[in-house]
Design a protein around this ligand. Structure first.
Ligand code: HEC
Length: 133
């Protein structure tokens, strides 16, 4: 848990439209990628996320309906904070919650930026995101 860096300004939620691009993006950290290039999250490699996007891996559980299934109608409300923080922490350092997780540690390993994680949290929890339609 101590390896999780929480958002410096306390803002957990970004833009779900950008989050969808981060989730679909699989580039980064290979010998062909420039060291300064923006990395993708590669999330669809293991997860279903937007149910209308029909190419995804199944190593991880489906995240379709992620916010809705957890009763999140307003991710900014106090009632949603536990789910919001868990989602950030899980993406930042998956092993904080499951020591043997197969999920890459996007924050701890420096793959994604805080802004990219914000956009992913919004993708999973914003009621307007296609994930929760
Ligand atoms: C290599 C496969 C893999 C990739 C890539 C991956 N995940 Fe995961 N993810 C998993 C697995 C396996 C689990 C379930 C086991 C666990 O809890 O660690 C999981 C669990 C989760 C959970 C918790 C679900 C719950 O019900 O508690 C969230 C949220 C999540 N992933 C989001 C993401 C996001 C966002 C990305 C992209 C940045 C991503 N994952 C990339 C494999 C992956």
């Amino acid at each position: 848990m101590s390896a999780i860096k929480w958002p410096s300004d306390g803002k957990y939620l970004g833009d779900w439209k950008k989050g969808e691009k981060v989730a679909q993006g699989g580039r980064g950290l290979t010998w062909r990628d420039k060291i300064t290039a923006v990395n993708g999250g590669n999330c669809y490699n293991c997860h279903q996320i937007d149910p209308s996007f029909n190419s995804y891996g199944t190593l991880g559980p489906s995240l379709a309906g992620y916010g809705k299934l957890r009763g999140v109608t307003d991710p900014n409300s106090p009632a949603a904070q536990a789910v919001v923080k868990y989602t950030w922490g899980k993406i930042w350092n998956s092993r904080a919650y499951n020591a043997c997780s197969n999920m890459p540690r996007a924050g701890t390993n420096g793959v994604l930026t805080q802004d990219q994680v914000r956009d992913l949290v919004a993708l999973l929890l914003d009621p307007n995101s296609p994930v929760n339609k």
